[in-house]
Design a protein around this ligand. Structure first.
Ligand SMILES: NC(=O)CCC(=O)C(=O)O
Length: 283
């Protein structure tokens, strides 16, 4: 890895309702990503289970599922974002939670999806994620020696203020782990990702589920977007590994040309985060 540059591995999954099958696929793809030189690997939303009983399948976090990802991070000596897992919360609905592990297996950051997917499409099904899951409470930035990551999950992508706040607090790589629907994804996925990259002068790594899910067809199209808004690499709708380079020198070059993060008119308007966790947390 040369200064400010590293390889990222984005793992598109077709997760089903059996953890054992999902675990085996994940292990295979991590090994491929490591083989391709990835220093950071990212999985999609609800990587461990997609079925009809999210509440019943909710897992302890940390617990056996996250232990698997921790062990893989250590085995290959890389940074690993586990996508998201339906986290059991005693006495409440589960949360849709992401963990980031360091190469020594420590948990570097933790985020629970803020915006739940409660929508009704005129020409498609309606979704009520809030029947199964409760929303998180904090914005999450994770500082690593590779880069500073801003975490988000799927529908969060439609809330630009979240990303602007993360970029304003130092994010260089905006991560979105997703299980986007094909109905919306065909028109919205790429424009949203490119917009978040351009308006925040950040890399965007968006990692999707693909294939047929119980309620909808997933959109896939895992994508890495540059701070200029170019699609560096993308997958279609098959499971697999997408690799690409993150170059923080290029990010600085874009920010020198278009300093939109600095040109904000705070005398006229201001975005405020009520709850932001920056990891590592100061003890
Ligand atoms: N899992 C989700 O949050 C789906 C979001 C989605 O498909 C969208 O259109 O937004």
């Amino acid at each position: 890895m040369s200064e400010g540059k590293f390889q990222i591995g984005l793992i598109q999954m077709d997760s089903g309702d059996q953890w054992e099958g999902n675990r085996k696929a994940a292990a295979r793809y991590i090994s491929q990503a490591a083989e391709a030189g990835a220093s950071l690997v990212i999985f999609p939303e609800t990587v461990d289970y997609i079925g009809t009983d999210f509440r019943g399948s909710a897992a302890e976090v940390p617990g056996p599922v996250t232990d698997f990802f921790r062990e893989q991070a250590v085995k290959y000596g890389l940074y690993l974002h586990c996508g998201s897992i339906t986290e059991r919360v005693p006495g409440s609905l589960p949360k849709n939670t992401s963990l980031v592990f360091g190469p020594d297996g420590t948990i570097l950051g933790r985020y629970s999806k803020l915006h739940l997917f409660d929508v009704e499409l005129e020409e498609g099904p309606s979704y009520r994620e809030s029947d199964d899951v409760t929303g998180g409470e904090d914005i999450c930035l994770v500082k690593t020696p590779l880069c500073t990551m801003g975490l988000s999950v799927c529908y969060d992508m439609r809330f630009p203020e979240l990303y602007r706040l993360m970029a304003g607090h130092g994010a260089q790589l905006l991560v979105n782990c997703a299980n986007f629907t094909a109905n919306t994804g065909k028109d919205h996925w790429e424009p949203l990702l490119r917009a978040r990259a351009i308006e925040n002068t950040c890399y965007v790594a968006a990692v999707g589920q693909c294939g047929r899910k119980p309620k909808f067809q997933a959109w896939g199209h895992t994508m890495l977007v540059s701070p200029w808004g170019e699609v560096i690499a993308a997958l279609e709708n098959e499971p697999g590994v997408l690799t690409g380079e993150i170059d923080l020198g290029k990010l600085e070059q874009v920010r020198r040309q278009i300093p939109s993060l600095k040109n904000v008119r705070e005398d006229v308007y201001r975005l405020e985060s009520r709850r932001m966790k920056v990891y590592p947390e100061v003890m």
